[in-house]
Design a protein around this ligand. Structure first.
Ligand code: ZN
Length: 455
């Protein structure tokens, strides 16, 4: 029989504090879609999990894209005529537009202004801006500071390099009892932004640490890659692995205090979609489910029609829907240890559900078997009562004809998966239930599933 998760213990209660400390430690690094900030981030993660770091050379064709030149920063500032640095990368990496090309010149305020980016509606905050695929440079600052800048001649120095190098991403695979894989993906290309990128990284690391310690039915693949180009690069290099991915979740913005949000995969009703929605529905907390849209994080790439993987996106408050998004207010303090802990707990329940979901066959299908005689009713023999459990016994016996999984039964009975699972385990122990013969899809079937021909 296949091994399943050996522990259904929830993550330790101090996991939130550990994840938050990792967010704080990684926060100052100047990440972008390439360069040393990503490398340093991934090397730090190697102290937590045995991550493999891949380097893909600039110029490498990846699907319809090309791996760009590598960008690194030595320093960048704007100084007034007295030599005072009024904007300085050293004071915060959001000040420099990511992928700014090198420049060293002196400009009037009017000449400088087209290169300055602010948030007029949030005058105290510094925006996050990029110029990945345009040959440009710029600085970001608070609107209040811009308004206070006097006429002057400003020295502009952008000491960056933009030259052939490589794109860096990290990957960890945890072997399970089968080669079928669950994909967990987080982007790692944002500089000092805590909720948008670091929260997803921290939760993914904590989940990987947990899954490394237990026996899993599925194999797990964790990808830490720059958004868009990183996921496209991984997909381009791993097309033979794609058919093994049975379920997947992108993690992003999972550390704020907003309610949990799940964005469905392109399938809409894949097992992962149903599993996440089931866990959220039975969490006794508010939550939000969004339909798939081809905008957002790397689910866009995994759910592109050629791959069409069953990959959804787990968030708290979604991107663009919180005022701190892509600003200097997405700071370490915006991410809360209890929110990270809550996300990890829910993710753990989703994984537990997918690991344990399977079909059974009722071995006594003619009339209801006599449950009391077998000591299956709780409250008897000192077994604590579990709400819905006795009803769950009847549902599991009635619907276990081999065609319905425990998740199917939990949904039809409108009972938590954990209660249905407990009933199935006890019915199996009483020899009233047996696992249905596993139906192992062939690689060709899986390809058809992935391409949407089969559900
Ligand atoms: Zn972002």
């Amino acid at each position: 029989m296949t091994a399943i998760a050996s522990s259904n213990q929830p993550p330790p209660t101090d996991a939130g504090a550990h994840m938050h400390a990792l967010v704080a430690e990684l926060f100052p690094l100047c990440r972008s879609i390439t360069g040393n900030g990503v490398r340093q981030t991934l090397r730090r993660l190697q102290q937590e999990i045995p991550l493999t770091i891949h380097e893909v050379r600039s110029g490498t064709p990846v699907l319809d894209w090309t791996v760009p030149d590598e960008w690194n920063v030595r320093g960048a500032y704007i100084a007034n005529s007295r030599g005072e640095r009024v904007v300085d990368f050293e004071r915060g990496n959001l000040h420099l537009v990511s992928y700014s090309r090198p420049v060293h010149t002196t400009l009037s305020l009017a000449e400088l202004k087209p290169h300055l980016h602010t948030l007029p509606d949030q005058p105290q905050l510094i925006p996050y801006r990029t110029t990945y695929y345009e040959d440009n440079w710029g600085f970001c600052l608070a609107q209040a500071q811009l308004e206070a800048l006097p006429e002057d001649n400003y020295e502009v120095r952008v000491d960056t390099s933009l030259q052939p190098g490589s794109l860096t991403y990290g990957e960890l695979r945890i072997q399970g009892a089968t080669d079928d894989e669950i994909l967990i993906s987080a982007h790692c290309c944002h500089p000092s932004l805590a909720n948008d990128n670091l929260s997803g990284i921290a939760v993914a690391v904590a989940l990987a640490q947990f899954l490394s310690r237990v026996h899993n039915r599925y194999s797990y693949r964790f990808i830490f890659a720059p958004a868009t180009i990183g996921a496209i690069t991984w997909l381009a290099r791993n097309q033979d692995i794609v058919p093994r991915i049975r379920h997947g979740i992108v993690l992003s913005c999972v550390g704020d205090e907003g309610m949990s949000t799940y964005k469905r995969s392109r399938h809409g009703s894949a097992t992962v979609d149903r599993a996440v929605e089931h866990v959220l529905r039975h969490s006794n907390e508010s939550y939000r489910v969004l339909p798939f849209e081809p905008y957002g994080y790397d689910e866009r790439q995994y759910c592109s029609p050629g791959f069409n993987l069953p990959v959804g996106c787990l968030m708290r408050t979604p991107n663009s829907r919180f005022p701190e998004y892509h600003t200097s207010a997405d700071h370490v303090d915006f991410v809360k240890p209890h929110a990270l802990q809550d996300t990890l707990g829910k993710l753990h329940r989703v994984i537990e559900l997918i690991e344990r979901d399977r079909s059974y066959v009722n071995l006594f299908p003619y009339g209801e078997p006599q449950l009391g005689r077998r000591g299956l009713y709780e409250g008897s023999r000192g077994v604590p009562h579990l709400h819905g459990y006795e009803l769950a016994l009847l549902w599991v016996l009635n619907l276990s004809d081999g065609s319905k999984s425990l998740l199917d039964i939990a949904e039809q009975a409108d009972l938590p998966f954990s209660v249905i699972l407990r009933a199935a385990e006890r019915l199996e122990a009483a020899r009233l239930l047996a696992p249905a013969a596993p139906s192992v899809p062939t690689a060709a079937t899986r390809m058809a599933i992935n391409q949407g021909a089969i559900r």
